[in-house]
Design a protein around this ligand. Structure first.
Ligand code: KIV
Length: 279
């Protein structure tokens, strides 16, 4: 699609049911992001995402969307500590997680690791620009590349990762000019998030798109308002439970069994001699 100039759409996804619907919708790439830490697990930082949980979610998404490209997001400390564990953890995304590609938030110092992963047969997406896993060092989440030096270093990182073998690049929260320069100097597909419209593909956190996030980032325009819909559904269920109008179809006893049931009870059926249940 990048070659033919057709824009491709990517969304985060964290479960099989949602993946099934997003595949039906024709979303081209599903990113099982470490934002699951925030939107699924309720932490306020992505660095709290446990590797094993993200692997399980990745496999779930692939089960729900077997015909869609699934990107597994390597969480904090699953690739920074040493290259051997980084390679093994990346491989787990392909084997246990059934991911098609893995994504790493990186600067150029990680180029040798990306080259080793590539040599091992692991397709890598290099995430540059704003890198939420670095937020404690960089003073929080926010944009990057707003000075000439920072912009140039992001473009340099992107070029370095293509040379190291990255199959795709992802750039987050940068001015349009930065994405435009990356596009000029690289040839692999570039996914943008808050990086303007020139990128080959666009990604958003699903919850920001469908109106489940209380304060979405400035670059995310919701297309739906599911938060209030969920709230209304919850409220309606509370009301139905209270007034006994729970709906659905009830179970009935087989013909003649109600009478036999009553007879049994009336005949003094001992109700207490059932075999002991395990504690
Ligand atoms: O984890 C994630 O969801 C991401 C996107 C915000 C790009 O990395």
């Amino acid at each position: 699609m990048a070659q033919s100039g057709d824009k491709f759409a990517c969304l985060t996804c964290y479960d099989a049911t949602t993946a099934r619907w997003l595949e039906r919708a024709g979303v081209h790439v599903l990113l099982v992001g470490d934002t699951a830490s925030e939107v699924i697990l309720g932490f306020d930082r992505t660095i709290d995402m446990p590797l094993d949980v993200l692997l399980a979610l990745t496999a779930a998404v692939k089960r729900g969307a077997p015909n869609t490209l699934v990107m597994g997001d390597m969480p904090f400390m699953s690739y920074q500590a040493d290259e051997a564990s980084a390679l093994r953890n990346a491989a787990r995304f392909l084997t246990e997680g059934r991911a098609d590609v893995v994504k790493l938030e990186v600067d150029a110092t990680f180029a040798p690791l990306v080259a080793k992963m590539t040599r091992a047969g692991i397709p890598v997406v290099a995430h540059v620009g704003s890198k939420p896993q670095q937020a404690m060092l960089s003073g929080g989440y926010g944009s990057k590349g707003r000075t000439a030096e920072e912009a140039a270093s992001i473009v340099r990182d992107a070029i370095t990762f293509e040379q190291a073998g990255a199959v795709m690049l992802l750039v987050e929260a940068v001015p349009d000019e930065v994405a435009a320069e990356i596009l000029k100097h690289t040839s692999v597909p570039l996914i943008g998030i808050g990086a303007g419209t020139a990128c080959h593909g666009q990604v958003l956190v699903l919850h920001d798109l469908i109106g489940l996030t209380d304060s979405p980032p400035r670059f995310a325009s919701p297309v739906a308002s599911l938060g209030p819909s969920f709230e209304n559904a919850g409220r309606e269920w509370v009301r139905r439970v209270a007034d006994g109008s729970i709906g659905g179809v009830r179970y009935t006893m087989k013909p003649g069994e109600v009478r036999r049931f009553r007879d049994l009870l009336e005949s003094g059926l001992p109700l207490t001699d059932a075999p002991d249940r395990p504690a």
